[in-house]
Design a protein around this ligand. Structure first.
Ligand code: 5GP
Ligand code: MN
Length: 324
């Protein structure tokens, strides 16, 4: 770790133009971590471009730095940093369109495949924002109020308001320090977790009208037609999966979101200690033990049948229960 810090410091010192990228269909940890690194490096005198293949979702536009995030990735830079991406494909950009190999890979997914030249991957961290908080002092990066607000958003959203089982006393101490640095907890919580748009609520309605349940599995689907008819602008599920996972008797909740004809985004949430990351990996995705996702090729109905069947098999399997 110490050698990697020194190596990263040398790369950062030498670089002038820096590109930072997070994952497609970005969540609060992706946007918050991206903005936090961008602001720190800009304050350190670097020329920084922050990019997201899908842009910043509306509910994170209040974050400092969000207005400067681009969708077009520059063709050249001195240093490329990826945050909250478990694999380089998660950036949502074609490999050929990246300006160079990823130099710094900063993440907290256990399924991270160490694609960077230097990899700061901490699977026990509750969010990439926590990894960044820990790296800030060794890398000599200053956390001002704007950076703190972004990092707190990463922590609040990835832990769904400090409710997940990976919330340790240390996570709460980090959050407390971020609040001391000026991050507005109540506003972050309200804007990034509580509030949703009218169209997102109607989109939820479409999905909820198709809610199904069987043997400890609970699932809903969102079609391209739902997205179009309510006018929902994103390619994500508007966080409906987190609502599904609150419904009683669901050991595993799933959502199927049609992305385009022949491509479906699947999300799993497990409440019972079942390892859904392994299942997601088997479908070419990844994530955390209790929250994972994958893009699966096939028509919606066919993908749903295949994924439900595979998920049913782990319900009865002890090796997927509580295993790492
Ligand atoms: P969600 O299902 O809410 O998109 O994501 C849940 C978790 O799984 C997150 O940690 C996310 O980064 C990860 N995840 C979601 N989709 C994919 C995917 O297509 N590939 C990989 N490797 N991880 C994913
Ligand atoms: Mn994250």
């Amino acid at each position: 770790m110490k050698g990697e810090i020194t190596q990263a410091q040398a790369l950062l010192d030498r670089a002038n133009t820096i590109v930072i990228v997070a994952h497609e269909r970005p969540d609060g940890d992706a946007v918050g971590s991206l903005n936090a690194v961008a602001i720190c490096l800009e304050n350190a005198g670097k020329q920084v471009t922050a990019v997201l293949a899908d842009g910043v979702p509306g509910r994170f536009l209040f974050l400092p730095g969000a207005e400067r995030v681009q969708q077009t990735i520059p063709t050249e830079c001195d240093l490329l940093i990826a945050v909250d991406c478990s694999a380089v494909e998660r950036t949502g950009y074609d490999l050929e369109s990246l300006p160079r190999r990823v130099d710094l890979n900063i993440d907290h997914h256990p399924t991270n495949n160490h694609f960077g030249v230097i990899n700061f991957v901490e699977p026990h961290a509750a969010a990439t924002a926590e990894v960044l908080f820990d790296l800030s002092s060794p890398l000599g990066l200053q956390i001002d109020t704007d950076v703190a607000t972004n990092l707190l958003t990463g922590l609040v959203t990835d832990t769904i308001g400090f409710r997940t089982s990976n919330v340790t006393p240390k996570v709460l101490r980090v959050a407390a320090q971020l609040i001391e640095l000026g991050a507005p907890l109540a506003e972050v919580y309200e804007r990034s977790l509580n509030q949703r748009s009218f169209v997102a609520a109607r989109y939820w309605g479409r999905g909820l009208s198709r809610l199904e349940r069987e043997d400890g599995l609970l699932w809903a689907s969102l079609t391209l037609d739902d997205k179009k008819s309510v006018g929902y602008p994103g390619r994500d599920d508007a966080d409906l999966i987190n609502l599904l996972s609150t419904i009683e008797s669901a050991e595993v909740a799933l959502i199927f979101v049609e992305q385009s004809r022949g491509k479906v985004k699947v999300s799993w949430r497990s409440r019972s200690g079942l390892n859904v990351a392994r299942l997601a990996s088997a479908f070419g995705g990844g994530g955390h033990e209790q929250a994972a996702g994958a893009i699966v090729a096939g028509e919606l109905e066919e993908v749903r049948a295949r994924v439900l069947s595979a998920t049913r098999t782990i319900l009865g399997s002890d090796s997927d229960r509580g295993g790492k």
